[in-house]
Design a protein around this ligand. Structure first.
Ligand code: CAO
Length: 454
């Protein structure tokens, strides 16, 4: 087997270019036309391929080295006969993202007299475009031999945006990063679908606890104990998970539990639905809860506020979010201006928004602007729970399933339909006494809805 030196070919106008990527290492078996290194000038990046198959015996360049035409890239033990000796000069690409043809010169070491030059042109196709939603561009754990594989113009583009190129997943040939990849990564970060390593280190939501000084998350090989199935989390779960973790950690939250007597309200709701059977709109308990919460929020405006630095922003609008369980995960559509709407309209809107949520058709506008949120598990069951505040809101009401309970009326126990309420509030903005008053007032309204008129 002949040993051959693979040399840098004619690289056109460039005297010296930097080696920015080593794509092979000693011991690798190289196929014909496989790229060996990437070199970069101030205008273009080029791959230097070999047209001869063989095994790499020695690397003669390292990352950061400057090379020029004739520099030996590596020594190869050729596994086949050298190909037709033709030389081809390398021309720099005319556009930054255009194909980058490159050639390598292969020279047998053992027989200098038989110097051959072998042409091997590799055309790198223009980068594929990428949608952030369909193919997340984040690639934090990708192994890199050196610098990320991208052209100078893409590097410049990433630098200008402050994008850490080493975290971007390249979708071009051999993982080459294109401008589209950088844009997709940026979009994904802006949409909250992913985080850069720097963000993850700063934000507890994305870290494994190290940023909080906690011991690392346990890494366990569950398969050691029994059969397992691993499934990646969906996009919505990932986004809501990061938000929930931030909100759970950053908000000093307290939950007050209480019960509301909804015996009369439920009877009214059932009779209203009987009367309106033909209208197609079903009046829900949640619609009454939304209306009752608006009344309580008006009476206790700090519950309808947000923290902004050292200031509390009181909102003079009442947009109520409600948690909806969907096949893709938790979503929170918002009933806008709930104070201006009647129970029938709220019920109808809620039905439409809940359907859209389940069908994955909610628009961002339909999920934004909430000033307070209700999470109702009433249709499912349970007694009380501790909902997590949906920042930047400062409170959330959790509702569970109403049950008939014996209630003392002063003379005897009577059966009453009791609704369990769980109010979680931000202790930076709200005091415990205010929370107890809020719940008590809510209970009074739900017990006798005429109080809303007072
Ligand atoms: N007590 C007893 N019964 C209740 C009730 C309550 N508090 N609330 C609703 N119900 C009844 C309804 O009357 C209905 O009964 P009928 O079919 O006999 O009329 C049944 O439960 C189903 O109601 P529903 O859940 O379909 O409707 P809803 O208006 O109460 O809720 C929605 C709509 C979108 C909030 C709900 O479907 C949902 O997704 N809930 C889950 C929310 C969630 O996941 N929260 C947790 C967030 S934290 O992870």
């Amino acid at each position: 087997m002949a040993l051959v030196e693979v040399k840098v070919p004619d690289i056109g106008d460039f005297d010296e270019v930097a080696v920015i990527e080593l794509m092979v290492k000693v011991g690798d078996t190289i196929k014909a036309e496989q790229s060996l290194i990437t070199v970069e000038s101030d205008k273009a990046a080029m791959e230097i391929p070999s047209s001869t198959a063989g095994v790499v015996k020695e690397m003669r360049v390292a990352l950061g080295d400057k090379v020029k035409q004739g520099s030996v890239v590596l020594v190869l033990e050729a596994s086949g006969a050298a190909e037709t000796p033709t030389a081809q000069a390398l021309s720099a690409p005319s556009a930054p993202l255009a194909a980058t043809p490159a050639v390598a010169l292969v020279q047998p070491v053992s027989a200098p007299a038989d110097v051959v030059t072998v042409a091997a042109t590799v055309a790198v196709p223009a980068a594929a475009s990428l949608s952030a939603a369909s193919n997340p561009a984040h690639n934090p754990g990708a192994p890199t031999l050196g610098l990320p594989h991208a052209s100078p113009s893409v590097r410049k583009f990433a630098r200008e945006l402050g994008v850490p190129l080493e975290e971007v997943k390249g979708n071009g040939p051999k993982g080459r990063i294109s401008q589209d990849d950088v844009q997709a990564f940026t979009k994904a970060v802006m949409a909250g679908a992913t985080q850069t390593k720097a963000q993850a280190a700063k934000a507890p939501a994305g870290g494994d606890g190290a940023a909080l000084g906690l011991i690392p998350w346990p890494k366990i090989d569950f398969a050691k104990f029994g059969p397992i199935e691993r499934k990646e989390m969906g996009r919505i779960k990932k986004i809501s998970g990061a938000n929930l973790l931030r909100n759970a950690i950053m908000i000093p939250a307290v939950t007050n539990h209480d019960d509301a007597d909804i015996t009369d309200l439920e009877a009214f709701r059932v009779s209203t639905n009987k009367e309106n059977e033909k209208s197609g709109v079903k009046v829900t308990m949640l619609a009454f809860l939304i209306k009752a919460c608006v009344a309580a929020l008006k009476k206790y405006p700090e519950f309808n506020s947000s923290l902004d630095g050292d200031a509390i922003v009181y909102k003079n609008y009442w947009h109520i979010g409600f948690a909806a369980d969907t096949p893709n995960g938790l979503m929170v559509p918002v009933i806008k201006d709930a104070d201006k709407k009647g129970i029938l309209q709220i019920s109808q809107e809620m039905g439409e928004l809940a359907k859209k949520a389940r069908d994955g058709k909610l628009s961002p506008a339909e999920m934004s602007g909430a000033t307070f949120t209700i999470s109702s598990l009433g249709g499912i069951g349970g007694k009380y729970f501790t909902p997590i505040i949906n920042a930047p809101e400062v409170a959330i009401l959790g509702v569970c399933k109403s049950t008939q309970e014996p209630v003392w009326d002063g003379k005897q126990f009577v059966p009453r339909l009791m609704l369990p309420l769980s109010l979680t509030w931000d202790h930076r903005v709200i005091d415990g006494a205010a929370a107890a008053r809020f719940n008590a007032y809510l209970g009074q309204i739900l017990g006798d809805f005429r109080r809303v008129l007072l």
